[in-house]
Design a protein around this ligand. Structure first.
Ligand SMILES: *Cc1c(COP(=O)(O)O)cnc(C)c1O
Length: 225
C-alpha cells in the first residue's frame, strides 16, 4: 500500500465519522480515532505520521516498544494505547511506553500497574476491559465482577480509571455489546468508551464510543510477523 492510500483511507474514515456523528447528534471531535498499527510495516506507519496522525494502538508491549520508543522521542505529542492483554512481567515496559492502558481486567494487574505508575512518576489513564460476551477464551472482566473491579482499581490500587473497553464476540451483532458497555459506563460514571473496529465503528459511535480502534481500514491487511 502506498502513502497516498493510507492518506485516502484516513480521509474516508474521517468522512464516515462525520456522517455518523451528524446522524446521531454527536460531535466529531468527541471521537478519538486510535490507528491500530500492530503488524504494520514502517512505510505505512510513516505515512500515517506524515498525515499528521498521532494516536495509535498496539496489542503487544515488546512490538510496540520497538516501533514507537524512538518515534516518541521525535514526536512528543504521540499517544500510544495498549489494547491487548498485559502480563504482570511486562508492566514496567508498558507503563514506560503507553499513554493509556485499555486492558485492565483483574485486581492483580491493577495493583501492578498502579505501583509502577507511582514508581515512574507518571499519570496514566486506564480503561477496564469488559468481557461483554461472557466468553471463556476472552480476556476482560466479566460483567458480574465489573463493579468490584472498578471499585478495587480506583479505591484499592489507586489507578486513574477513566473508561471501559470491549471486543464483542466475532459471531454476534456488535450493537448490543456496545449498548451494554455504554450503559455500564454511564452507571459507573466513567466518561470514555473504547469500542468499534474497522467493520463496526459506525455502530460504536451510534452507541456512544469516544475511542474507536481502527486498523485494517486505515493500513490495509496486517503482515504476519
Ligand atoms: C487488531 C485490533 C483492532 C483493529 O482491528 P481492525 O479490524 O483491523 O480494525 C481493534 N481492537 C483490538 C483490541 C485489536 O486487537
Amino acid at each position: 500500500m502506498q502513502d497516498n492510500q493510507v492518506h485516502h483511507n484516513f480521509e474516508a474514515i474521517r468522512k464516515k465519522i462525520e456522517r455518523t456523528c451528524n446522524r446521531w447528534d454527536r460531535k466529531p471531535d468527541e471521537i478519538n480515532l486510535v490507528a491500530v498499527s500492530k503488524k504494520q510495516n514502517d512505510d505505512r506507519i510513516n505515512a500515517a505520521l506524515t498525515c499528521g496522525h498521532r494516536l495509535f494502538g498496539e496489542n503487544r508491549v515488546q512490538e510496540a516498544t520497538e516501533r514507537w520508543s524512538a518515534r516518541k522521542a521525535r514526536y512528543p505529542e504521540l499517544r500510544i494505547h495498549l489494547i491487548g492483554p498485559l502480563q504482570t512481567n511486562k508492566v514496567r515496559d508498558a507503563v514506560a511506553l503507553f499513554d493509556c492502558i485499555e486492558t485492565i481486567d483483574r485486581p492483580k494487574l491493577a495493583d501492578a500497574v498502579a505501583k509502577e505508575v507511582r514508581k515512574q512518576g507518571k499519570t496514566l489513564p486506564c480503561f477496564i476491559q469488559v468481557n461483554t460476551g461472557d466468553e471463556d477464551q476472552k480476556s476482560g472482566v466479566r460483567i458480574s465482577d465489573l463493579d468490584a473491579l472498578v471499585d478495587y482499581a480506583v479505591n484499592g490500587s489507586g489507578l486513574d480509571i477513566t473508561g471501559l473497553m470491549c471486543i464483542p464476540p466475532v459471531d454476534e451483532p456488535p450493537g448490543m455489546h456496545f449498548a451494554l458497555l455504554a450503559s455500564h459506563a454511564r452507571r459507573l460514571g466513567l466518561k470514555e468508551l473504547s469500542m468499534g473496529m474497522s467493520g463496526d465503528f459506525e455502530k460504536a459511535i451510534a452507541a456512544g464510543a469516544t475511542y474507536i480502534r481502527v486498523g485494517s481500514a486505515i493500513f490495509g491487511a496486517r503482515e504476519s510477523r
